[in-house]
Design a protein around this ligand. Structure first.
Ligand SMILES: Cc1cc2nc3c(=O)[nH]c(=O)nc-3n(C[C@H](O)[C@H](O)[C@H](O)COP(=O)(O)O)c2cc1C
Length: 271
C-alpha cells in the first residue's frame, strides 16, 4: 500500500493535472485470516480509498475505513449476503456472479443485479466472465455501476502471473474450466490443465475438511501453481499491455452503446 501511495503521489507531483483513479485494497475478512487486526492497522495507516472485503462479513472493517472517509465494497455471492452487507451500511456491493474466476459465484448477473437493485441504491459492481467492452455495456445496461474484471487482466504484460499461466489462459476456453471446492474448500473456477499438471484429477477432487484460503500456509500450491480463470477467457487471444486491453475495451463499449442507440426508442417513450 505504501508503494502504491508513493507511486501515485510521485505521478501527481510531477504532473499535477494527472487524474488518478481510486485504488482498492482487497481484504479477506474470513476467520481464516488470522492477521486481520494487523491488516486493519495498516489500512488505517495507508488509507486505501476503497476497501473490498472478501470471503467474510464487511463488519470488521467498517469503523476503520469509514473513519478516514474510505469506501467499503463487500464482495457477495448471494442475496442473503448482499442484504446482510447492505444492512451494515456498506457503500457498495460486488456481486460476483456465475462464470467468475477465482472463488466464483452462482447467480446469473442479470438476476443478481435486478434483485439487489430492488432495495439497495449504493454502488453495484458486477463480475463474472466479463472480458470485453460489450460485456461491460451489458452490465451497465442491466443496472450495475461498475464491473469487476479479473481474468481479462491476468494475461497482460504488466501482470505478475507466471508466463505459463498467462499462456494457458490465451490457449484455452470455458470448456477447459472446472468449478470445484476441491482445492480451497470453497467453489472456485480452475483451469483443468493446471490441475492435471499438478498431478490432480479435475473430475475427482476431494474438498479439504477445513477451508484454507491462504496459499502461503498451505502444503499444496493453490493460486501459485494451480491456476484459476473465469469463463470469459475464450476471447483473450494474446498477452498484451494493459493500455492495449483498455483501449479495446473502450472501442467495444462504444460499439455496444451504438448498437443500443441504433435500436431507437419506441415513439410512446420518446417524449
Ligand atoms: C486468479 C484469481 C485470483 C483471485 N483472487 C481474489 C481474491 O484474493 N480476493 C477476491 O475478492 N477476489 C479474487 N478473485 C475474484 C475477482 O475479484 C473477481 O470476482 C473475478 O475475477 C471476476 O470474474 P472474472 O475473472 O471472470 O473477470 C480472484 C480471481 C482470479 C481469477
Amino acid at each position: 500500500m505504501g508503494t502504491i501511495n508513493d507511486a501515485l503521489r510521485g505521478a501527481t507531483d510531477s504532473q499535477p493535472d494527472t487524474i488518478v483513479a481510486p485504488w482498492a485494497l482487497n481484504l479477506v475478512t474470513h476467520s481464516t485470516n488470522t492477521r486481520l487486526a494487523d491488516d486493519l492497522t495498516l489500512v488505517a495507516e495507508h488509507q486505501p480509498p476503497i476497501v473490498i472485503t472478501a470471503l467474510g462479513s464487511p463488519a470488521p472493517v467498517m469503523e476503520t475505513v469509514k473513519g478516514y472517509g474510505g469506501i467499503v465494497i463487500a464482495d457477495v455471492v448471494n442475496i442473503k449476503l448482499a442484504r446482510k452487507a447492505a444492512a451494515l451500511g456498506v457503500d457498495g456491493l460486488a456481486c460476483v456472479s456465475s462464470g467468475a474466476g477465482g472463488h466464483t459465484g452462482y447467480l446469473s448477473p442479470f438476476a443478481f443485479i435486478s434483485a439487489v437493485r430492488e432495495d439497495f441504491d449504493g454502488i453495484i459492481t458486477v463480475g463474472g466472465g466479463i472480458t470485453d467492452g460489450h460485456g461491460v455495456a451489458g452490465a451497465i445496461a442491466a443496472g450495475a455501476d461498475l464491473v469487476y474484471m479479473g481474468t481479462r487482466f491476468l494475461p497482460t504484460v504488466e501482470s505478475l502471473a507466471p508466463q505459463e499461466y498467462k499462456q494457458m489462459i490465451v490457449d484455452h476456453g470455458p470448456d477447459d474450466l472446472i468449478v470445484s471446492a476441491g482445492i480451497t474448500g470453497t467453489d472456485a473456477s480452475w483451469l483443468r490443465p493446471s490441475l492435471i499438471a499438478n498431478g490432480l484429477d479435475p473430475d475427482n477432487l476431494v474438498a479439504p475438511t477445513a477451508r484454507n484460503y491462504d496459499s502461503k500456509e498451505s502444503p499444496d500450491k493453490k493460486w501459485k501453481d494451480i491456476w484459476a480463470a473465469g469463463q470469459g477467457l475464450q476471447t483473450i487471444h494474446a498477452i498484451e499491455p494493459v493500455s492495449q486491453v483498455v483501449d479495446r475495451l473502450e472501442v467495444e463499449y462504444l460499439a455496444a452503446h451504438e448498437r443500443f442507440n441504433a435500436l431507437g426508442l419506441p415513439t410512446a417513450t420518446r417524449s
